[in-house]
Design a protein around this ligand. Structure first.
Ligand code: S3P
Length: 443
């Protein structure tokens, strides 16, 4: 991995002619975190292929090693994790640094909460502003204790429960991170832990727990999905192939839709239905996206996406779709600025507390580039069909804001600059080379 740059790295994206080619994007981030974490607590050696080798996931790998798992990189994308078994973690000697990653820290807190260890967790300036109370609250019910800065922010110290008890918890927010933290804590609590999910969110934890041999049961009820796990039942190591990340594929996908004459194929993309809201929305907008070669891989639906330049129209994105595309609103806003009419996106309250306040960052970036946009507490409206460009976007340490606006530049009349591209390394190393390989002009 390259040495980190200490000062901001601006990048500019220029209008280009057609994007063409076949490509793959790095492995899915949600699955990569979970594979390392569950591998770290299983018995035996878990082999992961296609792991996302980006800063967020490397921080998780380092944290699992500090907790006592043996974590080794054997080839590019190929990692071996020798787990400690349930309850086998030790107190790390130095603080666990989760960098920019909310998923990394929140899921790891769950995993540590029912083992009698003490650990300090830290993160970068962006992560240190994000709320941890949403996991602290349910994890305290298991018996864990927390010393947290500023009433629920990093840095914090977790004291895992000395005598853990199982928990029943209804999610107050639609968050796969909170759901997963509770399920992971349940792994080492005696008895049955149940989490009730009124609104469906990504279900990679449930699928992967099942694959690792956890005793997990899912019941669909009117009040939501009830997911129960029997604690203190050993997980068994396995082999996992991680398919491409749909949240990363979203960037070349929208670039091809808005750039005239383009046709690309993005191979091996994970198509779990809890993650495909963006594809559904772009197809409704008139996007020519065909799913080819449907198959399964790593316990998930997988396919190749053929994407051609399309004339898009504005649509309304209903609030109930938000969880299935929660990370994709910045890039959808770019598609919307090239669509005829207005696109209205609703149910966006969670965007305020991602790596940045994404509602504010997107709206400011659109205005800086001459696109009409309005927002409220939990909604955003963007009106196309042309982005003049010519502006500089403040990225606020947010990888998805940087990549979204670099995609705008491939089709806007004037070039688009982002003030800092360093955080792209947290999720999509190789993004610029990959876009330029298709015919992009980002430098
Ligand atoms: C993730 C869940 C989502 C998402 C994040 C990854 C996960 O967060 O934004 O990038 O892997 O569980 P929330 O669960 O907080 O919505």
């Amino acid at each position: 991995m390259n040495a980190p740059h200490l000062s901001p790295l601006p990048l500019t994206s220029n209008r280009c002619s057609a994007l063409k080619g076949r490509l793959r994007v790095p492995g899915d981030k949600s699955m990569s975190h979970r594979a390392l974490m569950l591998g770290a607590t299983a018995i035996g050696v878990t082999k992961v292929r296609g792991l996302l080798e980006a800063e967020d996931v490397i921080n998780t790998a380092n944290s699992m090693a500090a907790l006592g798992a043996k974590v080794e990189r054997t080839n590019p994308g190929e990692w071996l994790v020798s787990g400690t078994g349930a309850g086998g973690f030790r107190s790390p000697e130095t603080p666990l640094d989760f960098g920019n990653s909310g998923t990394g820290v929140r899921l790891a807190l769950g995993l540590m909460a029912t083992t009698p260890i003490d650990a300090t967790c830290i993160g970068d300036a962006s992560l240190s502003k994000r709320p941890m109370g949403r996991v602290i609250k349910p994890l305290e019910l298991f018996g864990a204790k927390f010393d947290a800065a500023d009433g629920g922010k990093l840095p914090l110290i977790i004291h895992g429960a000395r005598h853990a008890v199982p928990v029943e918890y209804t999610l107050p927010v639609a968050s796969a991170q909170v759901k997963s933290a509770v399920l992971f804590a349940g792994l080492n609590a005696p008895g049955r832990t149940t989490v009730i999910e009124p609104v469906r969110t990504r279900d990679h934890s449930e699928r992967m727990l099942k694959a690792f041999g956890a005793k997990i049961e899912i019941v669909e009820k009117e009040s939501g999905r009830e997911i129960s796990i029997e604690g203190q039942h050993e997980l068994k190591a396995l082999s996992i192939d991680v398919p491409g990340d749909p949240s990363s594929a979203a960037f070349p996908m929208v670039a091809a839709l808005i750039c005239e004459g383009s046709e690309i194929v993005i191979e091996n993309i994970m198509l779990n239905p809890t993650r495909t809201g963006l594809i559904d929305t772009l197809i409704e907008m008139g996007g020519d996206i065909a799913i080819e070669n449907r198959r399964t891989g790593g316990g998930e639906d997988v396919g190749d996406l053929r994407v051609r330049h399309s004339k898009l129209k504005g649509v309304r994105v209903p609030p109930e779709r938000a969880p299935s595309m929660i990370d994709e609103f910045p890039i959808l806003s770019i598609a919307a600025s090239f669509a005829e009419g207005t696109t209205r996106m609703e149910g966006l309250q969670e965007l305020r507390i991602k790596e940045s306040d994404r509602l504010a960052a997107v709206e400011a970036g659109l205005h800086a580039n001459g696109v009409a946009a309005r927002s409220g507490k939990d909604w955003l409206e963007v009106t196309g069909p042309i982005a003049p460009g010519g502006g500089t976007v403040v990225t606020h340490m947010d990888h998805r804001i940087a990549m979204a606006f670099l995609v705008m530049g491939v089709a806007s009349r004037n070039s688009v600059t982002v003030d800092d591209s360093r955080f792209i390394m947290t999720s999509f190393p190789g993004f610029t080379d990959l876009m330029n390989g298709l015919g992009g002009a980002i430098a």
